[in-house]
Ligand binder design. Structure first.
Ligand SMILES: Cc1cc2nc3c(=O)[nH]c(=O)nc-3n(C[C@H](O)[C@H](O)[C@H](O)COP(=O)(O)O)c2cc1C
Length: 188
């Protein structure tokens, strides 16, 4: 039996009926057996170095701890004006100022759902670029860009089989990256 895998997930939309929350739930339903996913709320204050100087907010500290203890990260983001949502960027900015910086070396699955046909493609590439600086390890394939989201969910559930298969494959790909990362940590 292999060890259980712990993932942490952030959703970049705060909206109650968010398609990205629904897509994240669909991802969680499809993760391989033996995997747990803890979704962390990122409705945090806006990053402000003056707040940081007085101490990181409790929620940010708790997220850093969870992320440091996790084997991998899942990011579900809407696309706002061709970029990731401010909510998600704000969470990344807060965590990026912490020591240890919790994205470093972390396998990451990125996906998103949007009304537009490109399904958050541009936002996802910006997230990948941000993760270069933070030394995160986004898995390359499959890319999961759920366009025309209003036609792919019914009553909060993903009904589009092709997207469901891609999310399942992304979960498998993330686990493979986690196992490779753990294996290389043993030989260091
Ligand atoms: C400020 C704002 C900017 C948006 N920009 C884009 C965009 O660049 N590309 C796109 O496909 N959809 C865009 N949309 C539409 C979102 O894809 C749509 O609102 C989506 O449902 C948001 O994700 P959510 O359902 O998880 O909240 C934008 C929406 C908002 C509110």
């Amino acid at each position: 039996m292999s060890e259980p895998i712990k993932l942490v997930a952030f959703c970049g939309s705060l909206r109650q009926a968010s398609f990205n929350k629904m897509a994240l739930n669909a991802f969680i339903e499809r993760v391989p057996a033996g995997t747990s996913v803890q979704t962390i709320d990122i409705d945090w204050p806006l990053y402000n170095a003056d707040i940081q100087a007085k101490g990181f907010p409790d929620k940010v500290q708790a997220a850093q701890k969870a992320l440091l203890e996790a084997d991998g990260l899942v990011l579900a983001s809407p696309e706002y004006n061709y970029g990731p949502s401010g909510v998600l960027k704000n969470a990344i900015d807060w965590l990026s100022r912490m020591t240890p910086q919790p994205f470093a070396g972390k396998p990451i699955a990125i996906f998103g759902a949007a009304g537009g046909v490109l399904g958050t493609a541009r936002a996802q590439y910006q997230l990948r670029q941000i993760m270069v600086f933070l030394d995160g390890r986004p898995v390359n394939k499959p890319e999961v860009m759920i366009g025309g989201a209003q036609n792919r969910f019914v009553d909060g559930k993903l009904t589009d089989e092709a997207s469901g298969k891609l999310l399942a494959d992304l979960g498998t790909s993330l686990l493979l990256a986690v196992r490779q990362s753990k294996a290389s940590a043993h030989v260091k």
